[in-house]
Every structure is written in C-alpha cells, then in structure tokens.
Design a protein around this ligand. Structure first.
Ligand code: SAH
Length: 363
C-alpha cells in the first residue's frame, strides 16, 4: 500500500523525504500542498519533476482518492465519490449557497441505523472514518473551489474560495463515531478557521452522543432527524426509535440548545406511499401529523426543515406532491412553528444520502 503523506507527522514526513536523499525543506513544501488538498503530486510544481514522479510511485497525498466528480447543471453543487485506502467508498457534497460554501461530509463508510427511506444504510455499516478521512473531505472541496472549473461562488463573489460551513450530514451516524467527529471539527476550527457556529452535526437521535456533545462544550448547531411526531410512527421508519424515544431525544436536544443558546434544527422528510392503484398517499405528512408535530415542538426554539424525499429505487416510498408539502408547512406556520422547505440541490446528480455510492456498487 502507498504511504499516505497527509497522515504522517512533520517529523515522519521529514524522515520520509530525507530517506529519498532530498533536503529537509522539501517536507515543508509538500506539507503546504497537502494542507491545500492537492490530489496528486503533479500539481506540486515547486518540486523537481524527478521527485514528483518518484513520489507518485510510492506515495499518495490524501487518504481519499476521487473516484467520481459530478457537477449539477446549475453549477451550485459538486458531489464527490471518494475511495479510502481499504477500497471503501464515501461521498461528500460541496454546495455553493448564498450564505457560503458549505460541505456535507460523511462520518462512516455505510451506516448501521437502518432507516427505511435512506440509501446509505442499505449495505450496512462498514466502519468508522478516521479524523484524517473526514477532514480530507473538506480539503477535496477546498481544492475544488480554488482549482475547479465552476466559477459560481457563495454570495456571487468570485473570490470566495473558502469552505465556510460544515454539515456532518453525509453517510453514517456521526454520534456513533463521536470522538473522531469531534477531532475533525476541532481541526477544521484550528486549521481552516471555520467557526463553531458554522458547523452542524445531524443525528438520528443517539441520546448519550448528544450529552457527549454537551460535555465537549463547543457552540455548534445540532440537527435532529425526527421525521415523525409519534413514537408509533417513528418506529416504523427509524429502528433507533426502539432504543431512544422521542421525548428522551428532544430532552437531550433541549439541553444542548439551552447550553449554547442555539436554535435546534429538526429535519423532517416528507414521505408518501403508493397505494394499490399506484396513487401516492401521505405517510408521515398528513394534516393530523402536522398538528401533532406542532404540539410536540410548541414553545421550543426550533426550526423545522421540511425535506422532500429524494427517491431511492430500493426504498418503498414515494415523494408527496408539492401541494401536500405546502399544506403540511402551512399548518406548522399557523401553529407558530418556524419552518422552511429545504431547497433540493443536485437531484440531477443523485445527491440523496448514499445514492452515488450505492449506484457505483451496482454498476
Ligand atoms: N445519521 C445522521 C446524518 C446522516 S443523514 C442523521 O440521521 O441525521 C442526513 C439527513 O438526510 C437525515 O435527516 C436523513 O434522514 C436524511 N435522508 C436520508 N435519506 C434521504 C432521502 N432519500 N431523501 C431525503 N433525505 C434523506
């Protein structure tokens, strides 16, 4: 296996280049390139060509390699399928938005949570990602912002080349890999200067993990994937609900938001089912469920993100009509609940959780 230079300490990198008969300062030159996310050695123009060729034969830059890069037609979204050293694959997504350049990172290869609507979990959990593997995803995005073809930038500012926001909402359950997710966020804050308030961790509701985040103490944002207002309904689509009930999850989330004076994000996918006539009937987004959700969240400092379901072939759900989505939202608004409909990004490039990885395995 090739040596991953990004994962070497400074002393190890120096030894590595000196063993090749190179002067020590080459290590610092290489480190600068690694910290910018250089995908290969060919870009390292301040190294002699012979060294670049030699390095290419025995080493690689980052612990992730780009297998596929997909650009949405509007240029706002870039999705990467990345391969790890043990050939596992993960996804990350760069979104150029009006508020900043946001990267959605994966925290695990695969997922063990078994949510019935999600593609990420279909092949089960393979393993946790390391801090380096999670961090490399934002380096890949940063390199793309600086060197890629797309010139659309956050706020329309063509010089805005930095990753400004991180959402841990890709494949995997971050609070099953809490230590490495925290290590990653600490590093992004230290080395990329991304503020805590521009980081969001999304969980399906691992209660002890939420308390671990409270203990950690950084004022990041917390998102809870709720998707149902009653335990009976939630347990049909999210097996984790058999372990941690809605009231427990929301109590932990309340404590988190009070500690940091942050608004809680609630993720709510809108799911339909096909009936025998092939018509779509509402599953978790009937007017009655909207009323129940309103009661559950009344008085909380929360924002409900309504997410139209991204179709996954293997999953037995359907997307409800735009009208149904708006009706659901109107009821929440009438009841004084903050809510917005998540803009769908990159649906033309299979941006739903785990779709790209899954489709690649099927190819
Ligand atoms: N495990 C974490 C983070 C990864 S999932 C969590 O559950 O929050 C990120 C978000 O995408 C979750 O809200 C998840 O429920 C949602 N999601 C999964 N599959 C989806 C699909 N096909 N369409 C829309 N959202 C999906």
């Amino acid at each position: 296996m090739k040596t991953v230079l990004f994962s070497l300490s400074d002393a190890e990198l120096q030894k590595f280049v000196m063993d090749l008969g190179e002067p020590r300062f080459r290590a610092a030159q290489i480190r600068d390139w690694l910290n910018c996310g250089a995908p290969d050695f060919a870009h390292m123009k301040n190294l002699p060509e012979s060294l670049r060729t030699q390095l290419d034969a025995i080493a690689q830059t980052l612990p992730v390699k780009i297998v596929k890069k997909l650009q949405s037609a509007d240029g706002e979204t870039t999705k990467f399928l990345l391969e790890l050293n043990d050939c596992e694959q993960i996804e990350c997504v760069l979104m150029r938005t009006t508020y900043g350049n946001s990267v959605c990172v994966s925290s695990q290869a695969g997922c063990a949570m078994g949510c019935k609507f999600c593609a990420s979990t279909l092949l089960g959990l393979k393993r946790n990602l390391t801090v380096d593997e999670i961090y490399s995803q934002i380096l890949v995005a940063q390199w793309e912002l600086r060197h890629g073809d797309v010139k659309i930038r956050a706020n329309g500012d063509a010089n805005n080349n930095d990753v400004s926001h991180i959402v841990v909402m890709g494949t995997g359950e971050p609070l099953q890999n809490t230590e490495n997710v925290i290590g990653f966020l600490e590093r992004a804050n230290r080395d990329m200067n991304i503020s805590w308030r521009r980081m969001t961790v999304s969980t399906c509701g691992i209660v002890p993990g939420i308390y671990d985040l409270i203990k950690w103490g950084r004022p990041i944002n917390l998102a809870i994937s709720l998707h149902a207002p009653t335990d009976a309904l939630r347990s049909t689509i999210m097996p984790i609900n058999n372990k941690y009930k809605i009231t427990e999850v929301l109590a932990a989330a309340d404590e988190f938001t009070k500690t940091h004076n942050r608004q809680l994000m609630i993720e709510y996918i809108l799911l339909g089912k096909r009936d025998d006539n092939g018509e779509t009937v509402l599953y978790n987004c009937t007017p009655e469920y909207a009323e129940q959700l309103s009661k559950l969240l009344a008085g909380k400092n929360a924002m409900v993100n309504l997410i139209p379901w991204n179709a996954v072939d293997e999953r037995d759900f359907a997307s409800p009509s735009g009208n149904a989505v708006h009706r659901f939202q109107d009821i929440l608004i009438k009841n004084g609940i903050h809510t917005r409909i998540r803009r769908e990004r990159g649906t033309d490039i299979g941006s739903a959780c785990g779709q790209l990885r899954l489709n690649n395995k099927k190819d």
